[in-house]
Structure formats: C-alpha cells, structure tokens
Design a protein around this ligand. Structure first.
Ligand SMILES: C[S@@+](CC[C@H](N)C(=O)[O-])C[C@H]1O[C@@H](n2cnc3c(N)ncnc32)[C@H](O)[C@@H]1O
Length: 245
C-alpha cells in the first residue's frame, strides 16, 4: 500500500508504550509460549519494547526479534538484558532474521498492523520461512465485531483513573476490512494522540493464510490461559504448525 510506514506506530507511542500495556496478561502469555516453544529458540515479530521477549529470555529461551521501529527497540535496549537480544530492524512481512526457530510469535493484534491482505499473506509465508519443520506460529488477535459500531464509528472508554483517561475513537471501513483508530490519552501532562490502523481479518481468514504458507491450525483459544474459543469470544490465541515435509 502506497505511503505505508511500518515505523509510524512506534514513533508515536514508544515513550509511553510500557505504561499503556501494564494491564495486559503478560504472565499467562509467557507461560503459554514457554510451553509451546518446547525449549526454543523463539523469534518475535514486532518485538517492541520486549514486554514478552525479556521474560521469555529470563526463562532461559533464546529470543530474537524483528521490529520496524527504532524507537521501540531503543526502549528495549535500555532495559536489563535488552542489549543481548538480537533484533533485525525491518518489516516482519518481508525481512529475514538469522536462524531457524521452534516458534514465531506475533502478539497483541500486531498482524492487523499490516495494511493489506497481501502483506498479511506475506507475513505468514515469512513466519513459515523462519520455522523449523513442525515449528509453531502463534498469533494473538481480536475478533472483529462490526456490531460495536454505530454509523461505522465508535468511541470507547478504555481506562479511567484519577490521573489517566484513555479513549479510543474508531472508524470502520467494512469494504476494505479496515479500522482507523486514534487513542486519546489524557494525563496531567496533557493530551496525546496515538494513531493505530488495523487491516482486520476474521480467524478463519488467518487459518487460510496459514494454509497458503504450508501450516495447519493446531489450537485456538480465547486467551493465553487456554479458555475455550466460543461464539462470544472477542479475541483469540491461535497456534499454527509448519507441516513436516
Ligand atoms: C502493539 S506493539 C507490540 C509489541 C510487543 N510484541 C508486545 O506484545 O508488547 C507492535 C509492535 O510491532 C511493530 N510493528 C508494527 N508493524 C510492523 C511491521 N510491519 N514490521 C515490523 N514491526 C512492526 C511496532 O513497531 C511495535 O513495536
């Protein structure tokens, strides 16, 4: 897509990212990935500030990453152990990292940061190219819910405390399966606008992308704890395995 800048998200959010993801279920995610990696090594697409990568490395697993944002990776580098994780700067739908991995991880809806179906299909192929035979590609993403929109727009309160309010304004383009969002973060320091766009896909479309890349779904849960995925699930953790050839 013309004008797509994979580093834009990180440039806008890197300095406040860690504060904004404190509520995420990082512990259960790490436990699940440790079990699925069976000793590793692990490659994380969109490694960011190391929210998952650093605790995974602390569990003794070899972890590498790819990220398009030098700003996010600079935050990772500033943390204890962050300078020991090999990171390739580039677009994870295209760039190659050195090595073959037991598991490729793409967490926290980041597959939707890719701007088109073509880019997402390339991403699945790139994950497969980094996996050992039988290796796993693990994706965490939300389930699209067009019913949450009125006139294709929505305004949601995401968090509220005495010193922080986060609101998300979103506009849906169903024909393109695209959701434009800007989060407004209000703190005593002022107002920050945090844009993030999503080319969203239903879980079954991701399954098809996996098949195109020579992978098959092994698991789908509603969350990292392994809760069953049901009609009411608003998110999923999906595990694909590269077929042994
Ligand atoms: C929402 S953050 C997730 C960071 C980390 N995985 C976590 O779970 O906390 C998304 C990360 O993916 C990176 N990213 C987004 N699109 C990318 C792309 N096409 N190629 C490489 N990195 C990308 C961003 O720079 C950012 O660091």
């Amino acid at each position: 897509m013309g004008g797509f800048d994979a580093s834009a998200y990180g440039r806008a959010i890197a300095d406040v990212y860690d504060e904004m993801v404190e509520h995420l279920p990082t512990g259960p995610a790490v436990e699940r990935v440790v079990r699925l990696a069976e000793g590793g090594p692990i490659l994380e697409f969109g490694i960011g500030t190391g929210r998952l990568a650093l605790p995974l490395a602390a569990r003794g697993l070899a972890v590498s990453g790819i990220d398009a944002s030098p700003d996010m990776v600079a935050v990772l580098r500033g943390k204890p152990g962050g300078d020991r994780i090999p990171v390739t700067i580039g677009d994870f739908s295209e760039v190659r990292a050195e090595g073959r991995f037991a598991l490729v991880l793409l967490a926290f809806n980041t597959v939707f940061a890719l701007p088109s179906q073509d880019a997402q299909v390339r991403c699945f192929h790139n994950a497969a190219a980094h996996l050992r035979p039988g290796g796993r590609f693990v994706i965490e993403a939300w389930v699209p819910d067009p019913t949450a929109f009125h006139d294709r727009t929505s305004l949601r309160l995401l968090s509220l405390s005495d010193d922080e309010v986060v609101v998300e304004a979103a506009r849906l383009s169903p024909a393109e399966q695209f959701m434009h969002t800007t989060r407004l973060r209000m703190t005593p320091d002022g107002l920050r606008l945090l844009p993030a766009n999503h080319r969203y896909a239903w879980p079954c479309e991701l399954d098809l992308m996996a098949r195109l890349a020579g992978m098959r779904r092994e698991h789908r849960w509603a969350d990292w704890s392994g809760a069953p995925f049901t009609d009411d699930s608003r998110a999923h953790v999906s595990v694909y395995r590269l077929l042994e050839s």
